[in-house]
Design a protein around this ligand. Structure first.
Ligand SMILES: [Zn+2]
Length: 264
């Protein structure tokens, strides 16, 4: 079966792809992943992601933002760079940005400040936001809720939370990004049970490559590196968990990605 899938979050600027990026793109295409949105998460990856996207127009796109892990590095330069990059046609969202209190690689104050500043950029430029949240639910909801009236669209990327927060996000009108986390029979079982809560028009799928290699992949690549071609595993697992056909989930997630990122 051939699909036309969109990987809505892949860290293709990551150096683990430096050796064989062209092969990775070729395998994605062969697997039916026709478009990929490259996640920017730091000053350098934002630049690299946009550069890559410009080499493959209408296939690759990028986002520009600073991940909460790097929030301490959020400077005037970072802010100006994101504002500059969002002017480019290939840059389709602000982010990833948000809050991550799981490891607190950056202090919470720095995270809150960087997050609010990036939401301001999204408001100013009108692009959607690509949101990251881990163990920071209350602060996250408070900030996002107050920003939402001025934002075009927002996605809770790599959603791994519980049913309660999923219901809350859906009620807020957020899109929900599901990764290969759902393919993990140990820590992803709860997602399997609740993914049907997401309305058809709010569901996005992503690999978050090179992270989160789906555990359903057989045989498992020695490198343990995830790549966009494996989006098909996410698609199949999500379809099964939602008791919908693979074709249906392929169609709605692609339509949603095109609408969310206003892809041309
Ligand atoms: Zn993330």
């Amino acid at each position: 079966m051939t699909y036309s899938l969109i990987d809505t979050g892949a860290n293709l600027a990551h150096d683990s792809f430096d050796e064989d990026r062209a092969d990775v793109l070729q395998r994605a295409k062969a697997a039916g992943v026709t478009k990929i949105v490259i996640t920017g998460s730091s000053d350098s990856s934002n630049q690299e992601a946009a550069k890559l996207a410009e080499l493959h127009p209408r296939i690759l796109y990028s986002t520009a933002g600073v991940h909460p892990h790097h929030a301490s590095d959020y400077s005037e330069t970072s802010d100006a760079l994101i504002r500059e990059l969002v002017q480019k046609d290939v840059v389709v969202a602000v982010g990833e940005c948000g809050l991550d209190y799981f490891r607190n690689f950056s202090p919470r104050d720095a995270q809150l400040d960087a997050f609010r500043r990036q939401l301001e950029i999204a408001k100013d430029c009108g692009l959607p936001v690509f949101l990251h949240q881990r163990d920071a639910h209350d602060d996250f909801v408070e900030i996002v809720e107050s920003a939402l009236p001025d934002l075009s669209r927002a996605v809770a990327h790599c959603f791994t939370g519980e049913g309660e927060s999923l219901h809350e996000y859906v009620a807020m009108g957020l899109y929900i990004g599901i990764t290969g986390w759902i393919c993990d029979e140990r820590r992803g079982q709860h997602l399997h049970d609740i993914v049907a809560v997401i309305p058809d028009d709010r569901l996005l799928i992503e690999t978050d490559a090179p992270y989160l290699l789906p555990r359903t992949i057989q045989p498992r690549p020695k490198s343990r590196r995830n790549e966009p071609a494996f989006l098909v595993e996410v698609l199949k697992t999500v379809a099964e968990a939602r008791e919908q056909s693979i074709e249906h989930v392929a169609r709605i997630t692609t339509e949603n990605a095109v609408r969310f990122f206003a892809l041309q």
